[in-house]
Design a protein around this ligand. Structure first.
Ligand code: GDD
Ligand code: MG
Length: 350
């Protein structure tokens, strides 16, 4: 029997409140944040599907009911979804252990806040070639201090992990990209129903046991959307075609995409790329300079100006307000003539 080009199943880790994204994520799980007006997690599931994986397990610890209600059995996205829900957060490895009943062959694990175009088939071929029990994708970043640094030898075998190193203790710029290929037997080392992490638990343990753990270096697009800056950056990169989402097709350079029932005053000036969702209203002499994403039902009053901005649904921007590099949550109000540069406004909770 020929082995397949990619593992058959993937687990996506969906936990934590996304503390660095607060207050934006008050009340919504980080992976449900809209990216080009679609929940982030839809992009991830579409990516896996494009790679050839159409069975995904969502390992959930934070607001699981919101995610289950949205995704159901996955059929709307053309995939099969299963859920492994934690009663209390089990940590990254504990969450996968909690999904063990689904994992009977080599599988992929993905942090739920990663956007990437990593070639999973190539990583899987590397994993097989090396005879690895665990392969960790590694990406190069300029500042590794917010990540887990992974040291490897000449042939890619992992020597050491340094999670979130201090600036004067950075051994390498290659970091754990939050994407793993694992053999199911590695989960035998993970305690059940207890908080346990890959980063400072299972991976260092596998090294101690002399198990083959490898680092797979790749240079493609990679972003952890866990800060407001990175979240905005992801929206802008996708809209200006620096990177492509498997979920969204038909974007063109500097395009302006309006849903049918938007109202735009003839004197408004819009320079793409911009997405303007249904029921948006754009007033007289409004100035929009993309990349800009507007969720459904936003209202931009006269002479306001927006540049590099993501608005969620139902946002009201007052007359003459100026917004640059901002993320504005659901139903938020921006006062007339306010000047917001590099700001985040949380959703107004109903
Ligand atoms: N289900 C579940 N349960 N998921 C969890 C839990 C949990 O208890 N704890 C964390 N997660 C999920 C988060 O929701 C996220 O999708 C992923 O695990 C990683 O957690 P983060 O909180 O985003 O970690 P980080 O970004 O600081 O660091 C991790 O990712 C970096 C790459 O972005 C580490 O894996 C680093 O080593 C890595 O470099
Ligand atoms: Mg993260």
């Amino acid at each position: 029997m020929r082995s397949s080009a990619v593992p058959q199943k993937a687990v996506i880790l969906v936990g934590g409140e996304g503390t660095r994204l607060r207050p934006l994520t008050n009340g919504i799980p980080k992976p449900m944040m809209p990216v080009l007006n679609r929940p982030f997690l839809e992009h991830t599931i579409a990516y896996l599907r494009q790679c050839g994986i159409d069975f995904t397990i969502l390992a959930l610890s934070y607001l699981p009911e919101v995610i289950q209600a949205h995704f159901g059995d996955g059929s709307k996205l053309g995939v099969q979804l299963a859920y492994a829900v934690e009663h209390s957060p089990l940590g990254t490895a504990g969450a996968v252990k909690n999904a063990e009943r689904y994992l009977d062959s080599t599988f992929v694990v993905l942090n739920g806040d990663i956007f990437t175009n990593l070639d999973l088939a190539d990583m899987f071929a590397f994993h097989r070639r090396k005879g690895a029990k665990a392969t960790i994708a590694l990406t190069y970043v300029d500042n590794p201090c917010a990540f887990g640094v992974v040291e490897t030898d000449d042939v890619g075998r992992v020597r050491r992990f340094v999670e979130k190193p201090k600036p004067d203790q950075v051994p390498s710029n290659w970091i754990n990209a939050g994407i793993y290929i694992l053999e199911p037997e590695t989960l035998e080392h993970v305690p059940a129903d207890r908080h346990y992490m890959f980063e400072n638990g299972l991976f260092p343990l596998l090294l101690e046991l002399g198990e083959p753990v490898y680092g797979y270096r790749f240079r493609g697009y990679w972003l952890d959307m866990g800060t407001p800056e990175k979240y905005l950056c992801l929206n802008c990169d996708l809209l200006s075609l620096k990177e492509k989402s498997a979920l969204i097709s038909g974007l063109s350079k500097d395009g302006i995409y309006c849903d049918g029932d938007v109202t735009i005053h003839p004197s408004a000036q819009i320079v793409g790329p911009a997405i303007i969702a249904s029921r948006c209203q754009i007033g007289r002499k409004v100035h929009i300079k993309g990349p800009v994403v507007m969720g459904p039902g936003c209202s931009i009053a006269d002479e306001a100006s927006l540049e590099e901005v993501v608005l969620w649904r139902g946002v009201n921007i007052g007359a003459g307000a100026i917004l640059k590099q901002c993320v504005i949550g659901d139903e938020a109000e921006v006062e007339a003539r306010a000047q917001l540069i590099n700001r985040v406004l949380p959703p107004r909770l109903s």
